[in-house]
Structure formats: structure tokens, C-alpha cells
Ligand binder design. Structure first.
Ligand SMILES: NC(=O)c1ccc[n+]([C@@H]2O[C@H](COP(=O)([O-])OP(=O)(O)OC[C@H]3O[C@@H](n4cnc5c(N)ncnc54)[C@H](OP(=O)(O)O)[C@@H]3O)[C@@H](O)[C@H]2O)c1
Length: 242
């Protein structure tokens, strides 16, 4: 096995995913820059490489089973294993609808990326993660997926009742715990990360934090030591309520 860790970040061509790739690259990992559009992935990887990071574009539409299995085959052929998987790609499709105005089709489209695709990608790559010495899976969730936080009427997110997005991230938290429990007897750790409210295309650059700040917790969870936690949900400041 080569010394450098092999890390794949989905949706790494921009926003928080790009900064997670940058942060992992900064630790010396070879970063596979997952992007559904080849040109965007190549441009991001070139930008990272200009900073001295070993970055390789990987075409990957997380919702497309053909694209996912082709990407897994590429990782196996080129690297033989995967040390880190960061499931970062995500969508927020609400445009001001209240829960009572939300069409089920909008939930379906949201879940396709934020929940089902995470399962698709994780299942495809898990055989390669099992070959790593200390596999790490990080699911990029959100404080908006925390029932503990959003159910508090005085809390910061009570004013954001995004039915599809919030519940997709709650489901992602449950997905995280399910994998962590299945893998508890292995060296693989599975955790969920809350980047905080960051200015990205996802929210029209409304968040007060930078994507770089948002990446910190995911990078930390992707590089946990072997005695680190699994089945947990963290922000940069520490444990978050589910
Ligand atoms: N921004 C925040 O305040 C915030 C807070 C909490 C959690 N998050 C989470 O952080 C993650 C990153 O979001 P962001 O804020 O950085 O948003 P962003 O700038 O919109 O980036 C989203 C990324 O996901 C990619 N993506 C979407 N659908 C995809 C698909 N089917 N296949 C592959 N890639 C796909 C996008 O690719 P394209 O460029 O091709 O569209 C893009 O690279 C998301 O999971 C989001 O829910 C964000």
C-alpha cells in the first residue's frame, strides 16, 4: 500500500466540498475530486494542484448508478483501495415553500441526492474502504437535520422549516448511524458533519461562515485517529444533538 491516503470527496468542484478536498490535500492525501461535470472537476483539480495538492478529477454523478459504478471501478483500478469517503454532494431545492406547500416530488428529488445517493456511493465504495488500514466515512449533514436543534422554538433554525432539505439531512443522520453500527467491529468510522451556515451557491451565499470554515469539521472527522468516535454528529465546536 502507498503511504499517502486516498480520499474521495463528492461534489468537490465548488463550495464546502472543494474546501474539504483542499483541507484533505493539505494533510498529504491524494484527493479524488468528485464532480458530475468533467470540466468542472478538472478545473477544480487543476486549481488544487496549483497549490501543491495531489488532486485527481473523478467524474461522478452521485445519483447515477452507472456513473457511481464506473467511478468505483476507476478508484479500484488506479488506487486499489479508498481510505476516506466524504459524501458531500447535496442539494437544497426549496424556494420559499412552507412544509404545507411542499410537493412530494420536491422531497423525492431532494432525497435522491441527499439520502439515496449517499447509500449508492457508500455501498459501491465500501469494499475498497474495507481494504484501507483506517477507513473513514464522513457524511456532510446540517444543523437543519438536527431534530434537537430545529425543534427548539428559540433555537437558531426554528425560522427555517425546509421540509425536504431538513428531513433529508435527518434521514442522512440515521443513515450515518446505520453504517456506523454495521461497521462497528471494523476499523472504519462513520460520522456526520455539520459545516454551519456557510456562504455557497446552495443558499445564494447567505451564510455568515466561509466554505473553508465549513470544511474544518469534515476534514477533522476524515482524519480521526483510530481511537476516535463513530456514529456521532459534530460541528466544528463539538458534538451536536441528533
Ligand atoms: N452551505 C451551507 O450553509 C451548508 C450548511 C450545512 C450543510 N451543507 C451541506 O454541505 C454540502 C455542500 O454544500 P455547499 O453549501 O457547498 O453547496 P454548493 O456550493 O451548491 O455545492 C454542492 C456540490 O454538490 C454537487 N452536486 C449536487 N448534485 C450532485 C450530483 N448529483 N452528483 C455529483 N455532485 C453533485 C454540486 O455539483 P455542481 O457544481 O455540478 O452542481 C456541487 O459541487 C451539501 O451536502 C449541503 O447540504 C451546506
Amino acid at each position: 500500500m502507498s503511504e499517502a491516503k486516498i480520499a474521495l470527496v463528492t461534489g468537490a468542484n465548488k463550495g464546502i466540498g472543494y474546501e474539504i478536498a483542499r483541507g484533505l490535500g493539505g494533510t498529504g492525501a491524494t484527493v479524488l475530486v468528485g464532480a458530475r461535470h468533467r470540466g468542472r472537476g478538472t478545473a477544480a483539480a487543476e486549481k488544487l494542484a496549483a497549490e501543491g495538492i495531489r488532486a485527481v478529477p473523478l467524474e461522478l454523478d452521485v445519483t447515477d448508478p452507472v456513473s457511481v459504478s464506473a467511478a468505483a471501478a476507476t478508484v479500484e483500478r488506479e488506487h486499489g483501495r479508498l481510505d476516506v469517503l466524504v459524501n458531500n454532494a447535496g442539494v437544497l431545492l426549496e424556494r420559499g415553500q412552507r412544509p404545507s406547500q411542499t410537493p412530494v416530488a420536491l422531497l423525492e428529488r431532494t432525497y435522491a441526492t441527499n439520502v439515496y445517493a449517499v447509500v449508492l456511493v457508500t455501498n459501491a465504495l465500501l469494499p475498497l474502504i474495507r481494504r484501507a488500514a483506517s477507513g473513514r466515512i464522513v457524511n456532510v449533514s446540517s444543523g437543519l437535520g438536527s431534530l434537537g436543534i430545529t425543534s427548539d422554538p428559540t433555537g437558531p433554525y426554528a425560522a427555517f422549516p425546509l421540509l425536504a432539505y431538513n428531513s433529508s439531512k435527518s434521514a442522512l443522520n440515521a443513515v450515518t448511524v446505520s453504517y456506523a453500527n454495521e461497521l462497528r467491529d471494523t476499523r472504519i468510522k462513520v460520522n456526520a458533519a455539520d459545516p454551519g451556515y456557510c456562504a455557497t451557491d446552495l443558499n445564494g451565499h447567505a451564510g455568515p461562515r466561509t466554505p473553508e470554515q465549513g470544511a474544518i469539521v469534515a476534514v477533522r472527522l476524515a482524519t480521526l485517529p483510530d481511537d476516535g468516535p463513530t456514529a456521532r454528529f459534530f460541528s466544528e465546536d463539538g458534538a451536536e444533538p441528533w
